[in-house]
Write a protein that binds this ligand. Structure first.
Ligand code: FCB
Length: 453
């Protein structure tokens, strides 16, 4: 019996319609209009304005001004020929206090955006939470507070009730592991907390929020395709010493396994469960957390090296970036083999799920050239390699539904501010001038012609 996979050509030609080709953004990173349209404050508003928190004191108050320029941005998406667009909804635009009254002006904004996407034949893919928690909930501890999960489900209801007739593809959470690690353990992201012990509550309550949100989401969205966008790095031992090899396994369990296993199999791995404070997981929680999903979102960027660190409480390991002669603007290594590793691992561990590459991209110091051109050839090479790996996995039988470039626009890259540029479209953050980069034209031709050359 032949399957769709058997019929796929083995050359670099992309079978038309094989993957949903898209680009991704998130609300705080592009919208701006921080005090417009009834939006409440988020933890990122507060954090970014703390001295020293973000490079050069930058913040997302204006960002790409997408809240005002959304129609121009839709036109750019059409020019690129995108088949799908992944955006996030800002919780504080919908419930300015995190709970209670709904700000319909906020819902109206996303309603118009979704209509605009549909009118252009672009599939809307919404993320409910991309790190911009309403500040009012942080006053109670944010994700350290169990009730935040319940308020997230209420928020999910408000959004899906309004958009669920048109938006079928939903990510509940973006990178809960990165949010926990960077925001609650290392303190380099909002809310800027720094304690190893926070790992457990911040993780568990986000995952509980995901599970609780599935109920209103399924009720409001017929034929929903739902999942989480996990951040998945390839973790390898820093040396061949046995303690570093064990550290790599442990780092993988804490950063990935705990999140994947809890949501997809309903348990925490033993290494995590054994150090988890007894009062965090209540009876029934893991049944809620592991309610069925349809999609595994893969945000893939890099490889990390793990080293044993016996003195580091709870974890017992540290991770570090791989030193490379050609670091990107983030200091990250380019490592396409890690994407292949994850696509194959997920397929073998969770064969029922469809995998979508919900983010993949490269931060570079792009500059507008004299002829008004942004010649980001390095990004083209990066995308060609990573998309090549994705298509090879697809041909080998991995169930992959889509691929999204991070990002549509140069945007606010968290603690690095506007320095690293990830966009297919360049943005001058003083004038808001948009310029499609060479990589944008390249991606457009890939989508249109199916030619990966
Ligand atoms: C991911 C985030 C995204 C962006 C990229 C570069 O971890 O989800 O918002 O910052 O990294």
């Amino acid at each position: 019996m032949t399957t769709a996979h058997d019929q796929m050509p083995s050359s670099n030609a992309v079978p038309p319609g094989a993957l949903l080709w898209g680009a991704a953004t998130s609300a705080y990173q592009i919208e701006g209009a921080a005090h417009v349209g009834g939006r409440g404050a988020s933890i990122w508003d507060a954090f970014a304005h703390q001295p020293g928190a973000v490079e050069r004191g930058e913040h997302g108050d204006v960002a790409c001004d997408h809240y005002r320029l959304w129609e121009a941005d839709l036109a750019l998406m059409s020019q690129l020929g995108l088949r799908a667009y992944r955006f996030s909804v800002a919780w504080p635009r919908i419930h300015p206090n995190g709970r209670g009254s709904i700000n319909t002006t906020g819902l109206d904004f996303y309603d118009r955006l979704v209509d605009g996407l549909m009118a252009r034949g672009i599939t809307p893919c919404a993320t409910l939470y991309h790190w911009d928690l309403p500040l009012a909930l942080q006053e109670h501890g944010g994700w350290l507070w169990r009730d935040t999960a319940r308020y997230f489900a209420d928020y999910a209801h408000s959004v899906t009730q309004r958009l669920g007739d048109r938006v079928k593809f939903w990510m509940t959470l973006n990178e809960p592991s990165a949010h926990t690690e960077l925001g609650y353990v290392m303190g380099v992201h909002a809310p800027g907390l720094r304690r190893g012990e926070h790992y457990f509550a911040a993780m568990h309550h986000q995952l509980l929020a995901h599970g609780l949100a599935l109920e209103p989401l399924r009720a409001n969205v017929r034929d929903a395709q739902v999942g989480i966008a996990y951040n998945l790095a390839q973790i390898e031992p820093a040396t061949d010493r046995s303690e570093d090899q064990e550290a790599a396994i442990r780092a993988d369990v804490f950063a990935h396994g705990a999140y994947l296993e809890a949501t997809l199999r309903g348990h925490y791995p033993a290494d995590v469960a054994v150090v988890m404070p007894a009062d965090i997981v209540e009876p029934g929680d893991l049944d809620i957390i592991s309610r069925p999903v349809d999609v595994i979102g893969v945000n893939y960027y890099l490889r990390l090296l793990a080293r044993a660190a016996p003195l580091r409480e709870i974890f017992g390991y540290t991770t570090e970036l791989v030193k490379t002669r050609r670091p990107t603007a983030m200091g990250w290594e380019e490592y396409p083999a890690g994407l292949a590793y994850w696509l194959n691992r997920l397929q073998s561990e969770y064969p029922d799920q469809t995998i979508v590459v919900t983010e993949n991209g490269i931060g570079l110091p792009d500059r507008l050239g004299p002829a008004g051109v942004i010649a980001d050839t390095r990004r083209i090479d990066y995308l060609r390699e990573h998309i090549g790996v994705t298509l090879a996995a697809l041909r080998a039988g991995v169930k992959i539904g889509g691929y999204f470039v991070w990002s549509l626009l140069d945007n606010f890259e968290w603690q690095c501010g506007y320095r690293p540029r990830f966009g297919l479209v360049g943005v001058d953050h003083h004038t808001q001038q948009r310029t499609i980069k060479a990589s944008g034209y390249w991606y457009a031709q890939l989508i249109a012609s199916g030619n990966l050359e």
